[in-house]
Ligand binder design. Structure first.
Ligand code: PBG
Length: 326
């Protein structure tokens, strides 16, 4: 007797293309850029092979070239000349990010500029907020930090940022930034919230790139515990309620489950940051000939999209634009 049994599709290349559930596009990526007030010309970052810090003179050219290649958005980080205990350079009208944004928007108005809003690069102690130090012990003062973060966000908006992206993880900062922006007349400036940002070892190479390692302690009092998923969803819910337009999960691959749940539960625009350590480990493996960089990166980006990311912040954004051409 002939029995019908389920059979699998014969996967010819055409069928593979036709039934592919997740498609990467050249429009899926945002490129992080570092601009430093301390250098005259581009300086390679040893911990991030292929990534540079750029000078204020060069940054608008770099951004224009990226836009020319088809890139739609950048995420800007600043490295100031001076740091202090109040992060004064973070919200200075002529601060490094403010100057860079003005120059980039003047030259390439159609490139979307997202600014990372944080205090760690501007604080002499390298923490993301105001610190009260008492001998061995230190506290990060939430409300004092939020005030400076809101001030920084407004100064970025004044310079012409399209989106501000608070990455500090203080409580209540999205609401405070929204109110401050609106009061200053920037109700068109959007907020991308680093909503579920975990205290991660994978930020290691970035801290060299941004010259922002904490001088004492770590960030686990304000960043999330990698063990907590329910808490991550709660953080996202709060940020959305406070006015975030887009929420972000960070890092990427170790948190695919979080990304999936955030996208499923809230159905709101969701970004993922494939961070410096995730980048560095693939680069290191590829340099040793242990794997093929391009295939590995395309597979990772596909998995991030499959898990729910609407877009991906990645140091490979420019290479991806080329790989996905045609
Ligand atoms: C600033 C900030 C960090 C990253 C983005 N914004 C570092 C940190 O929180 O220590 C990490 C990005 C990366 O690793 O690529 N708070």
């Amino acid at each position: 007797m002939l029995v019908h049994r389920p059979r699998r599709l014969r996967r010819t290349p055409a069928i593979r293309n036709l039934i592919r559930e997740t498609n990467l596009s050249r429009h899926d990526f945002v490129l992080p850029l570092f601009v430093s007030e301390k250098i005259e010309s581009s300086r390679p970052i040893p911990s991030l092979p292929g990534v540079c810090q750029h000078s204020l003179d060069e940054i608008s050219q770099v951004a224009a070239d990226a836009h020319e290649m088809g890139l739609q958005a950048i995420l800007l980080f600043g490295i100031p000349r001076t740091k202090d205990e109040k992060a004064s350079s973070a919200y200075a009208g002529n601060g490094v990010v403010q100057e860079a944004v003005r120059e980039i928007k003047r030259r390439t108005p159609r490139l979307t500029v997202i600014t990372d809003v944080c205090l760690c690069e501007y604080m002499s102690h390298g923490h993301c907020g105001v610190a009260r130090v008492d001998g061995e012990h230190f506290d990060i003062l939430n409300d004092e930090s939020v005030e400076l973060i809101a001030k920084t966000a407004v100064s970025h908006a004044e310079a012409g940022a399209d989106f501000v992206a608070p990455s500090d993880m203080m409580d209540g900062r999205i609401g405070a930034v929204r109110v401050a922006l609106d009061q200053a007349g920037f109700n068109q400036t959007g907020i991308i919230s680093y909503a579920a940002k975990f205290a991660s070892a994978f930020y290691g190479p970035f801290r060299e790139a941004a010259e922002s390692p904490p001088q004492f302690g770590d960030r686990s009092s304000y960043q999330m515990d990698p063990a907590n998923a329910a808490e991550a969803l709660h953080e996202v819910e709060l940020d959305l309620a406070e006015g975030a337009d887009i929420v972000m999960v960070k890092p990427g691959l170790p948190y695919l489950d979080i990304l999936w749940r955030v996208r499923q539960r809230f159905g709101r625009p969701t970004a993922v940051y494939h961070v410096s350590g995730e980048y560095a480990l693939i680069k290191a493996a590829a340099e040793k000939g242990l794997l093929d960089e391009r295939s590995a990166v395309l597979e990772i980006m596909t998995s991030l999209k499959r898990a729910g990311a609407d877009f991906i912040i990645t140091y490979w954004a420019l290479e991806l634009m080329q790989w996905l051409r045609g």
